[in-house]
Each structure stands twice: as structure tokens, then as C-alpha cells.
Ligand binder design. Sequence first.
Ligand code: PBG
Length: 328
Amino acid sequence: MGHPVYRPRRLREKPLLRNMVRETTLATDDLICPLFVVHGRGAREAIASMPGQYRYSVDEVVKEAKDAAGMGIPAVLLFGIPEDKDPRGSEAYADDGIVQQATRAIKDTVPDLLVITDVCLCEYTSHGHCGVVEEGRVKNDPTLELLARTAVSHAEAGADLVAPSDMMDGRVAAIREALDEANFSETPIMAYSAKYASSFYGPFREAAQSAPQFGDRRSYQMDPANAVEALREVALDIDEGADIVIVKPALPYLDIVTRVKADFGLPVAAYSVSGEYAMIRAAGTLGWLDETRAMMETLVSIRRAGADLVITYFAKEAARVLESRKAG
Ligand code: PBG
């Protein structure tokens, strides 16, 4: 004897066999591509801390969306940068707001592509917080009405799904009720249920010019040390009517993805955020790691952890790699 009966290497030798026994798949239709939209025409403003990502004007974002759809990416997630910011973030819920314009334009040109809209106030408020500020504090309940108005105006513009990312208590219920009243009972809510107060949002805040002007977001986003609380947040959102739940960021929170999927069984999306993208991009540019392999390994790890959907700035690049694997 003296040799093991089970030799795992037997299944690793031949590439075809390796593929056959692979446990986790990553497919282009699991990917959601975030896009930033600005006012103007013909604009493609590079975002310094997110190389390869741009702020697009409406005409340009339509081209980008068409491109994504052509590659088989099923959905884009829109973020808007308004012309003017004010304390109540009024462009967030304006009929001709930037996200509303972009949604209409994309749905007109690429009707089969799903448009998901980020529902939040922080890009639109002069103080950069995700809610109404009174006496130096972010107020929960006065914010709910504005978030609900934002969601309804996105649905009116043609959004296929709305994605509240503010982390106010009770916002899923407020949005669900407002959508139902406005005859959008068929519009799903993809809720950022477990959203942590993370340093990995840094590049996004540069991209969206949405850094808080005072304090931080720790009074509404979650403490990175908490896991059980994430399950309570998810349970609440599901109770209030969430159809898909998001865990965000992805990589430092894969344990949360696994627990949410195991406990609730609802579709789970993981948001691989701007800082995760920037990290891989930066190390790749420096030649410290193989960027394409790091990207694919990261994406498959998020799926392996239990995410059904992956929101990633690498969506188009990953789609390209997946396509070339088919061809090769
Ligand atoms: C808005 C919002 C943020 C992100 C998505 N929606 C920023 C924040 O909470 O500060 C971050 C996304 C990313 O980093 O890629 N509330």
C-alpha cells in the first residue's frame, strides 16, 4: 500500500476533465456593469482613480450601453452626477434629472438591455450625505419620501429595477409602497441590504463627486466588524419587499455573501466596488500581478461564495475574456 486511494490530482491533469468537474461557473449574464452619467454632450471624462472608467454624457452612455448589450451583458447600473447640488438633492427626483434622461435614452435605443438605477441622494446633495441633514445629523424619516420619489421618477423614465443604496431604515417599504401606488408594482427592488461603511468606496466618491462634506457615513452604513447584523438587515429588507439583495463591498465581505445566500435563498448580488477595481488595476499597471487573471479569479471567488450576480467595473473586460474562452 503506502499510496493514497483518493488522488485528487487524477482530475486535474487534463484540461477538459478539469473543466468538467469545475464547481463554479462565471458567465457574462451574471454581470452588471456600473456606468456614471454627466450632463453635456460628447463627454467621456476619464476617472483618475479608476483607470478605464469614464463619466459619460447621455449620448455617450447610450453607445457604452449598446456596446455592453452587444457583448451579452444583461444589465447596467446607472449613477448620476447632477448639474447642481443642493441640500435636499433635488435633481435625484427631477423628471429631467441626469439618470432619468440617461434611462430614457438607453431604453429608447437598446430596449432589451436592463437598466438598474442607483437610488440615493449623496451624489445630489451639497453636503454629500445620503439623506436629509438637520442640525448636523442625517435624518432618517424625512429622507424616505425623497428616496421614494426618486425611485418612482426612475421607474417613470423606464428603469427596469431600482437599487436603493442609502441605508436609511424603512426605505425599501417606503419605495415599494410608492412604486405600487404609481402603478409600478411589477418593478423589482434590488436593495443594498448589507452595505458597509467601507474605505473601498474612495475612488467612487471621486468619480461621483459624492464625498461627505462633514463627518462620515458610519451613522447609516454598517460596521465592518458585524456579520449577524447583516443578516438582520437582509431579513428586514426582504420583509419590506426587496426582490434581490446586495452585499457591498464584495471581496472583504465574502463571508457575508455566503451567509446571506445560505440563510435566505433569495437572489444575491455582490458589488465589487471601486476600490476593489482600483486595487487590481493599480497592481496590474505596476506589473505586480497578472491583471486579467486576478480579475477573473476575483470574479469567480465572488460567485463561489454564493453570489448569483456580480456588479463589477470589470464587466466588459470579463465578458471579453469569457467570449475568447468560448472561441479558443
Ligand atoms: C451611493 C453609493 C456609493 C457606492 C454605490 N452607491 C458610495 C457611498 O456609499 O459612499 C459605492 C460604489 C463603489 O465604490 O464602487 N450611496
